[in-house]
Design a protein around this ligand. Structure first.
Ligand code: ATP
Length: 458
């Protein structure tokens, strides 16, 4: 039987949320493209995030920095030296794996880490007792060459996180936006990592999107701000509909933290992977003054903050809530997915697939469905659809039986479907069906916009 996660992935491809990239050339198996519905869903998540965390807060501003930064940025940040993963090769299949992932998978399966390290870990492909090469450090940075010659002078890195673009603009923002700690800078954008084992659908890709906040505080306020950001990030996911039982926090032990972190809490989501169903959705880290200090030393520009009120000069600490946009999209899809038995018109039951997406996230907000393809109903329905399209993403569908059309909308999470029928021609009213309850309500045509607006905030 196909797993719930497989069902979601298959729906995502079939209905145009996510396509395998390069499919007509056999696919890459590691990159994905966002189709018409996926592009809408992704935009809606970004917009919710930005409205909530950036525009919605007096202590936040936004930024949009470059993907390719001077190489010195990545030297100063420590990425060139330490953004590496231990890699081993199977002596059976010559496939390469991240040693830490093999250990993690073993620990999840057996409930304890392997006593003899990798020697206890079987080859994932052959199942034979593992025989591995010595781990070698492998850089996760994605390289490119700028200018006419591919040499060291032209070597640049694509950013593996959006954060550094924020740190190097810290002094500009403080000045231009007249900010003083505590305050934060938010940014949404692509990040690139040369992942050895991309996979699990869009969970781990080499090209992905992040939504990051760098929140600058006085050093003595860092712990409290850290705890508060864990709560705020958690609450955002719940507010947008994730079920709390599918979320958990993981306090990352010192050994496993990134080089800059004095404390990290990962928010994990129950994606439903085989083996260990849980995966990191986002992380909140206390980056201390590591980044601003490193860039001060490397650039010679003083990135400390002078507090005129107290007369103190200090390097702010940074609390970083780092959200994966594409992982969030996957979590919202998995969480919203449901297969239900519902009563049908004949007194029996039908099975329906439905995405219970929050209306703010739903890619299509309203479907307009003339009861049948008819020269009198269709123009009226089209006119209504055009009117609603000024506010929302609307689908017009007049193909096939009405029940089938409802199912098609349920499957992509459309919160409202409006049916225009023959009575509409006389009473100038339409039937509005709500996705989750499937309740239908007769509403005068000229009240449709207002009624929908009440339920479709955002
Ligand atoms: P992992 O342990 O899964 O590789 P990480 O701990 O390296 O992740 P961070 O460096 O904390 O991840 O990155 C912050 C966030 O960016 C992650 O929580 C995740 O949501 C997202 N992210 C990181 N790497 C990827 C990737 N390869 N594909 C998609 N999203 C990613």
């Amino acid at each position: 039987k196909q797993s719930r996660l497989d069902a979601v992935i298959s729906l995502a491809k079939r209905r145009g949320f996510v396509f395998p990239s390069g499919d007509i050339y056999g696919g890459t198996r590691s990159a994905w493209d966002y189709g018409p519905l996926g592009a809408e869903l992704k935009e809606n998540i970004k917009r919710q995030w930005w409205d909530h965390f950036v525009r919605g807060r007096a202590d936040m501003v936004g930024l949009d920095s470059s993907v390719i930064l001077p190489t010195r940025v990545w030297e100063a940040s420590g990425h060139v030296a330490t953004f590496t993963d231990p890699l081993v090769e199977s002596l059976h299949t010559h496939k390469r794996y991240r040693a830490d992932h093999l250990i993690e998978a073993y620990t999840a399966k057996h409930g304890h880490p392997p006593v003899n390290g990798l020697a206890d870990v079987n080859d994932p492909e052959t199942g034979e007792p593992g025989a591995w090469t010595e781990p070698q450090q492998f850089s996760g940075l994605m390289k490119t060459y700028l200018g006419p010659v591919d040499n060291e002078a032209g070597l640049h890195y694509l950013r593996p996180e959006t954060a550094q673009g924020i740190f190097i603009n810290f002094a500009h923002v403080v000045q231009a936006a007249r900010r003083r700690p505590p305050f934060g800078i938010g940014q949404i954008g692509k990040a690139f990592r040369n992942e050895i084992t991309p996979g699990n659908f869009i969970f781990r890709t080499r090209e992905f999107e992040q939504m990051e906040i760098e929140y600058f505080v006085r050093p003595e306020d860092a712990d409290a701000a850290f705890r508060q950001w864990v709560e705020d990030a958690w609450a955002w996911f719940l507010d947008l509909g994730l079920h709390e039982e599918n979320l958990r926090r993981y306090d990352v032990p010192e050994d496993d933290r990134a080089h800059y972190s004095a404390g990290t809490i990962d928010v994990e989501y129950r994606f439903g992977f085989e083996g260990n169903p849980w995966g990191e959705l986002m992380g909140i880290a206390n980056r201390t003054d590591y980044d601003l200090r490193s860039h001060t030393e490397a650039s010679g520009e003083d990135l400390s903050y002078f507090d005129q009120r107290s007369g103190e000069r200090y390097i702010p600490y940074v609390i970083e809530p780092s959200f994966g946009l594409t992982r969030s999209l996957m979590a919202f899809l998995v969480d919203a997915y449901d297969e239900e038995e519902v009563p049908n018109a004949k007194g029996g039951t039908d099975r329906r697939t439905v995405l219970h997406l929050d209306p703010r996230l739903a890619p299509v907000k309203v479907a307009v469905l003339p009861l049948s393809r008819n020269e009198r109903l269709s123009p009226m329905a089209r006119e209504l659809a055009d009117r609603l399209r000024r506010h929302w993403n609307v689908q017009f569908d007049d193909a096939g039986a009405i029940g089938r059309r409802y199912r098609r909308q349920d499957e992509i999470g459309t919160p409202f479907a409006i049916t225009v029928d023959f009575d509409s021609l006389d009473d100038h009213a339409v039937t509005v069906r709500e996705r989750d309850s499937m309740q239908q309500q007769r509403i005068p045509l000229d009240e449709v916009e207002g009624q929908l607006a009440q339920h479709l905030i955002g």
